[in-house]
Design a protein around this ligand. Structure first.
Ligand code: IFM
Length: 469
């Protein structure tokens, strides 16, 4: 494959030997095969099939048929030169009720996928939970209930016992902020509840599930990490009201997760901010010690920044919650402001320097842990041209800028060891359905034809060292 000639981006980008380059997907967004092989329903099946929840009434029933086309997809990854593939295991595919014996047909799929990847020289990089809670566990109360954390640890122990011989690094959760605050707070994600106290409890039990699972994995000799979505949070001005708004949003977005996981405590100011929402009685003695089980890696997902104001008149945070319930418990007075930066098709500001900031912040304010950017990328309205080529210079520019931000972080001494682009393929973008395309590879949803975009060739050339002087 050759690089499309439309960009000089990438020139001069150099990463340390051993730096891992990959791309990411998640089970519900790509697999389809919603009822194949005994897979049970997840909260996302229920949510997507509820009228009005997902744009256009779209669902992940078929998605991009990755479950059926995984061999073709792995061959494409190898052509592009990917070194690692970050995917998620669908809990309801491998344990349909969320408890009890594993479902052999479901486990076999991931076993075959891992074997295919290894045969192609691509490292499997699985995540155990990317938002698809088995529906029976939601029926029993979901993440606001402590028992869900225990169920997650059991599932994690069981699945890593059968697949762990071929996996170097496990990730427990992807973006617990979204599961808790979009799922149970604003309700724009499954299960669609709008209960601030439940959202805070869900956040705690997600982290507890992570910690319990981490203990099981470590006891089994496996390496464990967790992925958190971090934002560079900036006040719109240096007035006290805006500085305080930035502190609050940073607390809920970043420190609510970083502090328990890496320091073993909740930030005192966040507990205070949430006083009218919850008394934190759901936190039991010993929980924070479990949650802060030492990590082998921390995954950082980074897309954009938040510019916030403490005065009325600000807009929404870009997660589709405008006008409805807030995903920011106790902080309803805070508003979000757009600067004059270019936007992606999600309406998210492109702010590459923020990636350097969040990586440097984690490296300097928390105990040292190997870092990986486990997601970074952008949606744009990609369309094939008359020759069938998909030219996406904006995505190349976005990736180039953010990879330079990674390089800058490394130059500052940040222990960053890898980067995964989101996403390998266009796919089901949650409440946006298929309307937002994040892929390096264009997918025609009618025919399921995969067409690498210019960015895919560019990224492949970068990985192979062809762009550096
Ligand atoms: O598509 C999502 C992914 O599932 C989690 N992180 C953000 C991506 C883009 O919204």
């Amino acid at each position: 494959m050759t690089t499309d000639s439309q960009t000089e981006a990438g020139t001069g980008l150099q990463f340390p030997t051993g730096f891992l380059f990959g791309a990411a997907t998640a089970a519900y967004q790509v697999e389809g095969a919603a009822t194949v092989g005994g897979r049970g329903p997840s909260i996302w099946d229920t949510f997507a099939h509820t009228p009005g929840r997902v744009l256009g009434g779209e669902t992940g029933d078929v998605a991009i048929e990755h479950h059926q086309r995984y061999r073709e997809d792995v061959a494409l990854m190898a052509d592009l030169g990917l070194q690692a593939y970050r995917f998620s295991i669908s809990w309801p595919r491998v344990q349909p009720d969320g408890s009890g014996a594993l479902n052999t047909a479901g486990v076999d799929f991931y076993s075959r996928l891992i074997d295919e990847l290894l045969a192609a020289g691509i490292e499997p990089w699985p995540t155990l939970y990317h938002w698809d809670l088995p529906q029976p566990l939601e029926d029993a109360g979901g993440w606001p209930e402590r028992d869900t954390a225990e169920r997650f640890a059991d599932y994690a122990g069981a699945i890593t016992a059968v697949l762990g011989d071929r996996v170097r690094q496990w990730t427990t959760l992807n973006e617990p902020w979204c599961s808790a605050f979009l799922g149970y707070g604003s309700g724009v994600h499954a299960p669609g509840r709008t209960d601030p106290a439940a959202a805070v409890r869900a956040g705690h039990h997600l982290m507890l599930g992570h910690g319990l699972a981490a203990g099981r994995l470590k006891a089994g000799g496996h390496k464990v990490g967790v992925t958190i979505n971090l934002y560079d949070v900036l006040p719109v001005s240096d007035r006290d009201v805006d500085l305080d708004a930035a502190r609050r949003i940073d607390g809920l977005q970043n420190r609510f997760f970083l502090d328990p996981v890496l320091l073993g405590s909740y930030p005192a100011d966040v507990i205070e901010d949430l006083a009218e929402v919850t008394d934190f009685a759901h936190v039991q003695d010993g929980d924070l010690a479990v949650i802060s089980t030492p990590l082998d890696m921390l995954g950082v997902n980074y897309y954009s920044r938040h510019v916030v104001t403490g005065e009325a008149g600000g807009g929404d945070d870009g997660h589709g919650g405008s006008g409805g319930a807030s995903p920011w418990p106790g902080s309803e007075q805070v508003g979000f402001v757009k600067g004059d930066l270019p936007l992606t098709a999600m309406g998210w500001e492109i702010h590459a320097e923020g990636l350097t900031s969040v990586l440097e912040r984690v490296a300097t304010q928390y105990p040292s842990v190997p870092l990986y950017v486990t997601e970074n990328g952008a949606a744009f309205p990609d369309v094939p041209d008359a020759d069938g080529l998909v030219r996406d210079p904006d995505r190349i520019s976005y990736l180039d800028g953010h990879l330079r931000a990674c390089q800058a972080a490394i130059d500052l001494g940040v222990p960053l060891h890898g980067y995964f682009c989101w996403s390998l393929f266009d796919n089901f973008e949650w409440s946006w359905g298929y309307s937002r395309r994040f892929g390096l590879v264009y997918v025609d949803y009618e025919t399921q034809t995969r067409t690498p975009k210019s960015s895919a060739y560019w990224y492949g050339d970068l990985i192979r060292g062809r762009l550096t002087p």
